[in-house]
Design a protein around this ligand. Structure first.
Ligand SMILES: *Cc1c(COP(=O)(O)O)cnc(C)c1O
Length: 382
């Protein structure tokens, strides 16, 4: 059987071949293998230089100063460092946090942990389009609010929040804003020099870099999260541990490529997605979940009336897609994100996330659509 077409780029991406080439230079004895913290010889200096080049590339992609980039193991760790770190640094025993009900589990579970040790959380409900508004955030902020954490783009439904508006609301109230931008960085333009985000989580493997590397943007002179991993005081004292040079140069190269291709890829992927959706119009009972206008170019979440999503996903052997949630396949709960949007369980169970990416070709939209048509029609006729 031929390999299915990969349409799950929101779950992870392969590394770009140029990324692999950079990474391979940093492993062997002949290569740049040194410890970037070794300050007594050329092996260390060389590694440190590569790390700083990568830091500058990632900073450039988001409009930051390189000194505002802290390397982590991924967006999960970045979310933990931002949320627990800022709340702990506030010194409050009962700090207040504002977040939403459809954040990634890394944010939700960090907030739940803080709740369990005495802090308070306001869980904002998104509107039917899956968006959280600046007004909602502003109304929820109190005098004891230590942090607002709202995601840029949602990983299940692809909606993009008005972070510019939310950041202005936070600035008016003098509360730091953390943004989980794992699905956004490299997909749509982000500029932290224009939008006052204080902390922002980034994941390498969502933008054609390797897994196991990410970063937290930390606005200078604005916030200083308490470190969650203690040790040698690496990364401005915010995150200890020997820097993984190969992973870091991989993410740096991924950032460079993303910046070079951003505008052309946005247009190409939008065309792929629109072609795919256009071809599905012959089918009744298809619903797009989440805002039609404020969304990522390459991600759509669709519900198919009268069809169980898991059955559908398993039967579409020609394409690799998912239901977009991190739940195990044994779980009988519908997606918490779709439930929060007010979808009836039946539609929430019938949802499928299609996410296109860099290595999809023009013909993939037609092939994917015909696979969906074939299987949905077959399932509905039984
Ligand atoms: C993938 C993802 C994460 C987790 O990132 P890792 O680097 O895999 O830890 C966090 N938030 C969002 C929105 C994501 O899509």
């Amino acid at each position: 059987m031929p390999e299915p077409i990969y349409l799950d780029y929101a779950a992870t991406t392969p590394v770009d071949p140029l990324v692999l080439a950079k990474m391979q230079e940093c492993l062997l004895a002949e290569g740049n293998f040194g410890n970037p913290a070794s300050s007594t010889h050329v092996f260390g200096w060389r590694a440190s230089e590569a790390v700083e080049e990568a830091r500058a590339e990632l900073a450039e992609l988001i409009g930051a100063d390189p000194r505002e980039i802290v390397w982590t193991s991924g967006a999960t760790e970045s979310d933990n460092l931002a949320i627990k770190g800022v709340v702990e640094a506030s010194g409050q025993r009962h700090a207040h946090i504002v977040t939403s009900r459809i954040e990634h589990k890394a944010v939700i579970d960090s907030c739940k942990y803080l709740e369990s040790v005495g802090h308070r959380v306001t869980w904002l409900a998104p509107d039917a389009d899956g968006l959280v508004t600046a007004r909602q955030v502003e109304n929820a902020v109190r005098d004891d609010t230590a942090l607002v954490s709202i995601m840029y783009a949602n990983n299940e439904i692809g909606t993009v929040n008005d972070i510019a508006g939310i950041s202005e609301a936070c600035a008016r109230r003098g509360v730091p804003l953390h943004v989980d931008a794992a699905q956004m960085v490299g997909k749509l333009p982000i500029d932290v020099s224009a939008v006052k985000i204080d902390l922002m989580s980034i994941s390498g493997h969502k933008l054609y870099g390797p897994k196991g590397i990410g970063a937290l943007y930390v606005r200078r002179a604005a916030v200083k999260p308490r470190p969650q991993i203690h040790g040698g005081g690496h990364e401005f004292g915010l995150r200890s541990g020997t820097l993984a040079t190969h992973q870091i140069v991989g993410l740096g190269e991924a950032a460079r490529i993303a910046r070079a291709q951003l505008s052309s890829e946005v247009n190409r992927l939008k065309r792929l997605r629109d072609d795919f959706l256009h071809r599905l119009r012959v089918l009744d009972g298809v619903r797009m979940n989440g805002s039609e206008d404020n969304r990522l170019p390459a991600l759509v979440n669709l519900s198919f009336e009268g069809v169980d999503g898991e059955t559908l996903i398993n039967a579409m052997t020609g394409i690799a897609v998912s239901n977009g949630s991190a739940c195990t396949s044994a779980s009988v709960e519908p997606s918490y994100v779709l439930s929060e949007l007010g979808l009836a369980d039946e539609l929430a169970f019938g949802s499928v996330r299609f996410s296109f990416g860099r290595f999809n070709e023009a013909g993939d939209a037609a092939a994917a659509a015909s696979e969906v048509l074939r299987v949905v029609r077959a399932l509905r006729s039984t």
